[in-house]
Design a protein around this ligand. Structure first.
Ligand code: NAD
Length: 434
């Protein structure tokens, strides 16, 4: 292990508080509990499986990430959640039908012990859900204070050294960035205190509470939430890492691999049509156009940013990009995503690429939660507050300031991730190709 004094070691217990105990969270928690018993492999998780290079030339070495930086061990994670339904993690895992009972039952008792805390919820933000396990509405500010108390109580009751809060709850309706409310901490606090139910989404109460308690916050849905100038400033002021938005799992992950391939070869693109069928609760929520709008905005920016129509107008100026998600209950969590790319080559001759990705949404998302949690905790121990650009690798719509451009290319994001880890491990960042 490298002796980097700037990063505090991951001693003690790390509390992981998940907002939402649905398909993704129950799959994540079950996998962590199974992996620590040696009964399952944490496939898809870089922090658990990947080796990476540090040093150059004669100094070159390949090490596991937790040999480069100090990361919490799975045995030291204490898992908790909030949800609008009172189901335990066990009931939620059974209900989600992502995992087979044989992969849930060995950790049944531990899952049953994970009972969600009552949620901060506003039906206007997710009309398709009618939960009962909800905190009494005393206004946005008071609700945020209750969440702070929840975090403190959880930390104390479980003897945790540190806490990370991660949003894996439903996608809220689209909330536009409002200059009057979301541009300064003062304006945001004023709106929360005056109970502005239009501009202050429930997710903002969770994010504010987490940051105020010094806990890294990760936004796994496309909600505006922590992606506002007010929250960026708030996180910087408290030196708390924040990241988001929207886990990059299936179709968008493929997009951020294919689009750079077209650009590298200077092949043209006329149109990209993406459609999905999905039958889980997430699919049901996204069937409401107001909630889908939030997802659509998150999914659309990807190829335009990578392909850069300003730089290459002949190849990418007028791309017709359409994204659809169709709620189709028979498929449950087994999403199928189809992509049709209308590309063109030498002398403008047209060609097509078809992708049919039969994936399991929560199986792809679970390792991302694990890595984001462990790496956000690392960032916190390394004193890195504010937006964590290096975690864009895991996110569909990476947060960035208003005058900055996001990096979407998966391999550029991977280089950023590795360099941040190298630096926190006391090695130099570099541009070498491994
Ligand atoms: N699975 C993926 O591949 C993937 C990828 C990117 C983003 N996401 C996002 O992750 C989120 C979770 O997905 P899922 O499949 O687990 O959905 P899910 O519907 O199974 O679970 C979401 C849970 O959040 C709860 N919830 C809703 N509002 C809440 C609130 N205000 N406070 C606390 N709990 C609340 C719901 O009751 C539900 O149990 C969704 O927003 C989804 O869009 C998933």
């Amino acid at each position: 292990m490298n002796d980097n004094k700037q990063v505090k070691p991951a001693n003690g217990k790390l509390g992981v508080l998940c907002v939402g105990l649905g398909a993704v969270t129950s799959t994540f928690i079950t996998g962590v509990l199974m992996a620590r018993k040696g009964l399952a492999q944490p496939v898809g998780s870089l922090t658990q499986l990947a080796s990476m290079r540090v040093g150059k030339g004669d100094q070159k070495q390949y090490k596991k990430i937790n040999e480069i930086v100090s990361l919490s061990n799975l045995n030291d994670l204490v898992l908790g959640a909030w949800d609008i339904f009172p189901d335990t993690a066990y009931e939620s895992a059974i209900h989600a039908e992502v995992l087979k009972e044989k992969d849930i039952n060995p950790v049944k008792e531990e899952l049953q012990a994970i009972k969600p805390m009552p949620a901060v919820f506003d039906h206007n933000f997710v009309k398709r859900l009618n939960g009962t396990h909800i905190k009494e509405d005393k206004g946005r500010w008071a609700l945020m204070e209750e969440l702070r108390t929840d975090i403190r109580n959880f930390k104390q009751a479980n003897g945790c050294d540190r806490i990370v809060v991660i949003w894996a709850a439903s996608t809220e309706i689209y909330v536009p960035l409002n200059k009057e409310v979301h541009y300064s901490i003062e304006a945001l606090e004023k709106a929360m205190k005056s109970n502005d139910k239009e501009n202050i989404a429930p997710s903002m109460c969770y994010a504010y509470a987490a940051i105020a308690e010094g806990c890294p916050f990760i936004m796994g849905a496309p909600n505006l939430c922590v992606d506002t100038p007010a929250m960026w400033d708030f996180a910087e002021k408290h030196n708390v890492p924040i990241s988001g938005k929207d886990f990059k799992t299936g179709q968008t992950m493929m997009k951020t691999v294919l689009a750079p391939a077209l650009k590298t070869r200077m092949l043209g693109l006329n149109g990209w049509f993406s459609t999905n069928i999905l039958g889980n609760r997430d699919g049901e929520v996204l069937d409401d156009p107001a909630n889908f709008k939030t997802k659509e905005v998150s999914k659309l920016s990807v190829i335009e940013t990578i392909l850069d129509g300003e730089e290459y107008p002949n190849l990418y100026k007028n791309i017709f990009h359409k994204v659809r998600i169709n709620y189709y209950p028979p498929r449950g969590d087994d999403k199928e995503g189809w992509d049709n790319l209308d590309i063109y080559g030498w002398m403008g001759y047209p060609m097509q690429i078809k992708v049919d990705f039969l994936c399991k949404d929560s199986i792809l998302a679970a390792p991302l939660l694990l890595d984001l949690v462990l790496l956000s905790d690392l960032a916190s121990r390394a004193g890195k507050g504010g937006i964590q650009y290096w975690l864009s690798f895991y996110l569909k719509s990476p947060m960035h300031k208003l005058d900055e451009k996001p990096v979407h290319d998966l391999f550029e994001q991977f280089a950023m991730l590795k360099n941040a880890i190298r630096e926190m491990g006391g090695y130099e960042a570099d541009q070498e190709i491994d």
